[in-house]
Design a protein around this ligand. Sequence first.
Ligand SMILES: O=C(O)CCC(=O)C(=O)O
Ligand SMILES: [Fe+2]
Length: 332
Amino acid sequence: MHVDRATVTVADGFVPVIDLSSRNTVEGRAALARAIDAACTGSGFFVIVGHGIPQDFIDRMFTVTYEFFRLPDEEKERVAHRPGVSGFRRTGGSTAHSLDQQTPPDLCEAFSVHATGELSEEERRKLGNEWATWTLANIWPENPPEFRKVWQEYMTAMGELAADLMRLFAIALDLDETFFDDKFDHHGSSIAVNYYPPQLTPPLPGQWRRGPHTDFGSLTILYQEDNRGGLQVLQGEDDWRDVCAIPGSFVVNIGDLMALWTGGRWVSTMHRVVTPQPDDTSSRLTIPYFYLPNHDASIEPMRPFTDSPAVERFDTVTVSEWVSRKVQKIFS
Ligand SMILES: O=C(O)CCC(=O)C(=O)O
Ligand SMILES: [Fe+2]
């Protein structure tokens, strides 16, 4: 293990731990940007500590969310996803379908809300097609009673953290620090919790808790329950590496749109959630925040990379086209 005292970064090589507590100084930000560039060029994954989100707040988010998933099925079904509405899904689809891999449905329940989910129906309809998740209305469970308030506060906190990470990304890419700001000024980002129920019967052949996939957006901030295990990131062709849960940390990974934006200099890496051993009947809960640029933003490789022979040329794509195509594959 390598400890870089200048950046206060502890690196294990593939998924480094980055301490964000120096992000309030110019020198600190420059050093953090270098560490982020190295991580995003290598695995596209890093773990953050020193992020400033209080642990008791994360714990409250975790507790209300767990309480919801522990409710009887009939109560969860009252806030079930239906056309035009987000909410609870008994299965999170088959995530590996997004990469055209055929698998049985993931062993995962889900609940999601979107930053745009409180807009009027008329406003939301203008934002995209039926697979554009940010056009869906939020729906909130009555129990636990504080669910909606805590989730909304958490969404705000994640949005602020993600926006600052994008600023560090801009520094890391030698862009103006505010380069990305206007690409997120009407974003439809989401919290989409994964609840993996106790595994009481053996999984079907080829079945996962979450099948292999890359995330679609710009960045994901994931909170994972301590010590349950399961998240693995692909290194090379077939080396699946466990991502350990460090108490109080978040796992950050970049998604496809960040890889496209950087012409492939940064990588959107395959990851999956494996099923537990047969004698392990623990459940697992993870809370990802998917930070997505504006649905109508056009993603084309940025200036510093377009001249480099080392990067790939990608077709320009809008956020809406890219993400809704992936979502459609997962759920159909
Ligand atoms: O639950 C996890 O550990 C990861 C889930 C994930 O990759 C996702 O929701 O995109
Ligand atoms: Fe993911």
